[in-house]
Design a protein. Sequence first.
Length: 273
Amino acid sequence: MKTVAIGNYKVGAGHPLLVMAGPCVLEGYERSLMIGRRAKAICEKVGLPYVFKASFDKANRSSLTAFRGPGLEEGLEILKQIKKDLGVPVVSDVHETYQVEKAAEVLDIIQIPAFLCRQTDLLVAAAHTGRVVNVKKGQFLAPWDMKNVINKLVGSGTEKIMLTERGASFGYNTLVTDMRSLPIMRDFGYPVIMDVTHSVQIPGGKGTSSGGQSQYAPHMARAAAAVGVDGLFMEVHDNPAEALSDGPNMIALDKMEQVLLDAKAIDAIGRRE
């Protein structure tokens, strides 16, 4: 398996579980920084590398009136400052090709949203930045279909690739995670991340917003660690009920430490390669 370098971290077989955690969407500088600072402290206590995650724009919200975030310019300024203040890498998602070059000036990892994982122009633009590209597997794709995504990125000049599992559509407003997808995608030779909170999302389940079953997110983390992954992606918040996006599937910060301790212990039992 190829090892991917992110700042001072290395991700892949033989390296500690990478944790990408933060609010779903940037909720202003102060609160986002507070969440990131607490998440970083938890990761340091547990002994796992930490990357701050938050979206500067949620372009796929259920409702036209739903909060989308501060947008590209302001959002990148917030992420740049959080990156400086915390001293950690940052990841956010891009939705259109015009965003990619500007985002690459700040982001250590450019994330391709699940709905857009087959968008060739977006993948090519991300590959050309030289940044690590994390692609979330579409809810509509089989894990073996991600080989085509990898080929697009490699063919565009990068092997700094990570793939993320986030569940597959299983009827209306329901996701299910096939744990076979983790070793299937890892066999492609690139690090695989488990999105433990979006996997318990109920897309559009509340009519004008998505619902979720956050009580099952810790189970997803433990299961993924048992099967074998290279990192965990999770949306965390000090008060999920107040979160401006995806609150119903978030992990509360006061529960994050135990989730990571469990995952780390399970990961140690079955260390890969």
